[in-house]
Structure formats: C-alpha cells, structure tokens
Design a protein around this ligand. Structure first.
Ligand code: CTP
Ligand code: MG
Length: 344
C-alpha cells in the first residue's frame, strides 16, 4: 500500500545531507550552555541540602547523553548519601517535602510534585534560563542508560546527527511527547540506535554483547544487568565491522524511514538494542501492542506500552509521510530551516 519512491538523485542526497547536518548545528547546545546546566544543578544541590543534608544531585537524560537541545528539560536524579535505595512510601513523602522546599527557592517557579507516576518527580521552571526540569529519586537505571546512549553517540558522529534529526522530526510531527500519549525522546533514540545496529554493514555495534571470555559480565542494578562494553578506544580491534559503513547521514535518514515503513515488521519484532539477533513480540508476550520498544536494561519495560491504537496509527502515518517527503527529490533547499520553525 506504500507508494513506490522515485529514484534518488545525487543532487537531492546532497540536500538531504545538508538538512540533516543543519538539525544538529542548529540545535546542539554549546559548552557554555552545558556549563549553565551544571551551574543550575550545583545551585539546586546547595539549596536542597538545607533540608536534606546528604543530598546528591546528578544530571541525566539529554543534558548528558549527547542528544540535548538548547531547550531540553533538566532531568535530575537525587540520592541521599549513605542510603542505597528507597521504598515507594518514603519516595512519595520525600518528593512532597522536596516540593515544599523548592517553593522557597527564589529562582524557581511552577513547582509541581507528581506522585502518581511510575517514577515520582517534582517539576520546576527555572526562571532565568526558562528551562523546565524535574527531580526524581534513585532513578539509577536512567543514569546507566544515559551513559549507554552517550557511549553510542561517541562511537560515530552520524549517530548524534541522526538522533537530532529524529527528535526534530518527532517534534515537527507532534509525535514526541510521552506525557501526551505519544513516545518519549528516549524511545525514538532507541529506534535510531536499533536501526543503526541492523543496517548492513552496521554503523554501531551492540555494546551489551561485547565482552571478554564466554560469559557476559554481570553488573546488577535494581535487579537488572547494566553491563556494556565502554572501552571505546579499543572498539576498532573488538568489533569486526568498525568503520565499514560509509553511508552519509542523508542516506541513513532516508534509510531509517524506509526501514520502519518497509522492512521492519512491528507485529512480529521488538525494537531491541541489547542483542543483534531479532527478538519477537511473542518471546516477550508483548503481542497486544503494535509498537514494542524494549528498554536495554529494564527488560520488563516496553516504551510503547502507553500508546493507544489511535496514537500508534498517528505515529506510523508520520513515518509513512516522512518516507515520502524525504524520499522524493526536490531541487532546492527548503526555505524554512528547522531552527526557524515555531515549536521552540
Ligand atoms: N527515561 C527512562 N525511561 C523512560 C523515559 C525516560 O529511563 N520511559 C530516562 C532516560 O535515561 C532518558 C531520560 O529519562 O534519557 C530523560 O527522558 P526524556 O526527557 O524523555 O529524554 P531526553 O533524552 O532527555 O530528551 P529531551 O531532550 O526531549 O528531554
Ligand atoms: Mg529530557
């Protein structure tokens, strides 16, 4: 039922490449902006310690994984020194008192505790920078998956560019807001990484499957194995496909849209970045959902679990339209650059 695509011209591929690279250069924060984020973090930590003496705050998410936008939210994880974990009841009560405390911070506004979510958080708005942020407690797996994503971003420059393009695309199509029933940025990033692993030849390896010896090392966090190969300097000798894929970001972007609309069978397979072999929805008993994205560490977590049938269709339609728009040669560069679009 998909329209066939016309042949791609070299001129159009050049344009496509420019558009993709533009997404990155227009939206990536510079060192200064990253420094501002660290500064806000330290200021908040000092403030929070007035009441929680052993509080330690850490940034995660796109402030740290390499796919941040200038206006991305501040994802912050708080732990208390000398305390390994926290139970649900305690977590909610700390979130509530943290919210009361943050209301006294002169630089913040719109403090809102959300205690009903899977991960309870306090939301805030930082007035001077107009950044939004949230603080969660003991979100340890998120810290680990942030480092995993950062490692993939560090392997090849094209990973970064494509993850930016994907996020811009999701924003433009209004399919990138988990709090409004679609998928999170994190979920789209996993889709990009999975595509790059499945490409022939692959652009990136499966870091969770590279190790010495016969057995995968076990590093347990909250009951899940968070091991992955992070010695990226020695990757060239550890991964036989290193440097073999020479496609441009433009080719890969169109390749991604075609992959998810023409090749990948959502009914049958799981988007899964922890193994090279295809994982089936049947294996996971996740057959009631069409878009199934497995978290790389928390294997019980399907990022697509919250999608309604309607939203699933809406997302798939966005990909089908994207395939047509980016797969049909035009002669000129688009008149509107992503950074001039109105969603920021
Ligand atoms: N996260 C997670 N499980 C989810 C959603 C998010 O573990 N279902 C964690 C991930 O570590 C992710 C972080 O929370 O990197 C932040 O999520 P989100 O804000 O959706 O993604 P970002 O990468 O921060 O993207 P954005 O720039 O849109 O904020
Ligand atoms: Mg974020």
């Amino acid at each position: 039922q998909l329209d066939p695509l016309p042949p791609i011209t070299p001129e159009f591929l050049t344009i496509l490449n420019k558009v993709c690279e533009q997404c990155y250069t227009d939206f990536a924060p510079d060192e200064l902006e990253l420094g501002v984020r660290e500064h806000i973090l330290r200021d908040l930590e000092t403030f929070v310690r007035r009441q929680f003496a052993g509080a330690q705050l850490q940034l995660f998410g796109s402030s740290k994984n390499g796919f941040g936008f200038r206006q991305s939210d501040l994802d912050i994880c708080m732990v208390l020194e000398g305390q390994e974990t926290i139970d649900d009841v305690n977590c909610i009560s700390i979130i509530e008192s943290l919210a009361r405390l943050l209301k006294k911070h002169p630089g913040l506004k719109n403090i809102l505790p959300i205690t009903t979510a899977k991960v309870p958080i306090v939301k805030f708005y930082h007035v001077r920078t107009s950044l939004e942020g949230d603080i969660s407690l003991y979100n340890t797996l998120a810290l680990h998956n942030t480092h995993l994503l950062a490692s993939y971003a560090a392997i090849d420059w094209r990973v970064k560019v494509l993850c930016y393009v994907m996020k811009v695309f999701a924003k433009m199509c209004d399919i990138g807001d988990a709090s409004r029933g679609s998928l999170s940025s994190y979920a789209y990033t996993l889709m990009v990484l999975f595509f790059l692993q499945q490409r022939n030849p692959p652009v990136i390896p499966v870091l969770q499957e590279i190790y010495d010896g016969k057995k995968k090392p076990e590093v347990l966090v909250d009951g899940w194995n968070v091991y992955y190969f992070d010695d990226l300097k020695s990757l060239p000798s550890r991964w036989p496909h290193y440097g073999r894929n020479t496609e441009t970001v433009g080719e890969l972007w169109l390749g991604l849209l075609r992959f998810y609309t023409e090749d990948f069978d959502f009914r049958e397979h799981v988007v899964c970045i922890r193994q090279q072999a295809r994982l089936t929805t049947f294996n996971k008993q996740w057959t009631s959902k069409y878009i199934v994205i497995e978290d790389p560490f928390d294997l019980n977590h399907n990022l697509g679990a919250g999608l309604s049938r309607k939203m699933t269709n809406f997302i798939m339609k966005a990909f089908i339209n994207g395939r047509r728009v980016f797969g049909t040669p035009v002669r000129a560069f688009p008149a509107v650059y992503p950074s001039q679009m109105e969603f920021f």
